[in-house]
Design a protein. Structure first.
Length: 263
């Protein structure tokens, strides 16, 4: 039995099942590509940011900003781009970023959930319609004769949609559970990386706050919000003042001084 005969015997319920299977497969392929690219770079990004934060918070902020295409980079960059935040505000920024990134990782789940729920029902509906069509031709007086042979064949063909719907649902459910496991693992990674970054910040913040500096002070004070280099702008008036200082006059340049010295 080829695909064309399968669809002919399955009836009209086979076409919605075909559409759901195409949507499910396309979503699964997209999610597999997303998770493969994420898991291959995530650990390296976390280690680089945490190692750099132990010595230079400005450089750690720059590394996180460069990794903003990855969810873990955007997550760790959220508190680092704040200027001199208190530890509680630092933690709040981490929690808000984690919620946003984990929610974005659930993209496609609704499509898979709908396929898992609807496919068996469509298959059952196709079977019921096939049974109704087959049982219409049954005559009570011809039960057990050759006339009922076509009815049994119609019942077996009606079960095709149930089998197809269950196959689509089971296939989708397998990958849905795999993606849920990936998401659960991401929540653990986010929690661990966020706790380590917060611990480093809490260790550094009292010293930086006592000195009137933030961990990002060297980075943020060099460049303002408008992108201008503050150090270079502040150095211009100093250089101009040095140029305005009176220069010592050389001997022979002032006649009055020369005459007084000769006397």
């Amino acid at each position: 039995m080829n695909i064309q005969e399968l669809f002919q015997k399955g009836g009209p319920a086979m076409w919605p099942l075909l559409l759901l299977s195409i949507l499910s497969v396309s979503t699964i392929i997209e999610r597999l590509w997303f998770w493969a690219s994420l898991l291959s770079k995530e650990k390296q990004i976390v280690n680089r940011i945490l190692d750099t934060a132990r010595s230079d918070w400005g450089a750690a902020n720059e590394i996180a900003r460069q990794a903003n295409r990855q969810p873990i980079g955007r997550f760790l960059s959220a508190p680092l781009r704040l200027y001199n935040p208190e530890p509680e505000l630092f933690r709040l920024a981490l929690e808000a970023a984690a919620d946003e990134e984990l929610a974005s990782m659930r993209r496609g789940d609704k499509m898979l959930e709908a396929t898992i729920a609807i496919s068996p029902l469509l298959g059952l509906l196709g079977t019921v319609l096939g049974l109704m069509k087959s049982l219409e031709s049954i005559d009570l007086g011809s039960i057990g004769t050759e006339a009922t042979k076509g009815v049994t064949l119609g019942i077996s063909a009606a079960l095709i949609t149930t089998a197809t719907g269950m196959a689509v649902a089971i296939f989708t459910l397998v990958f849905y559970r795999i993606f849920q496991a990936f998401l659960f693992n991401q929540a653990k990674i986010f929690r661990k990386a966020g706790n380590e970054l917060e611990l480093l910040y809490r260790q550094y913040w009292p010293t930086a706050n006592a000195k009137g500096r933030s961990p990002n002070a060297e980075y943020s004070n060099s460049f303002g919000s408008d992108g201008l280099n503050r150090r270079s702008l502040n150095s211009q008036p100093e250089s101009e003042e040095r140029n305005r200082e009176p220069k010592p006059k050389l001997k022979g340049s002032d006649p009055d001084l020369d005459s007084s010295s000769n006397n």
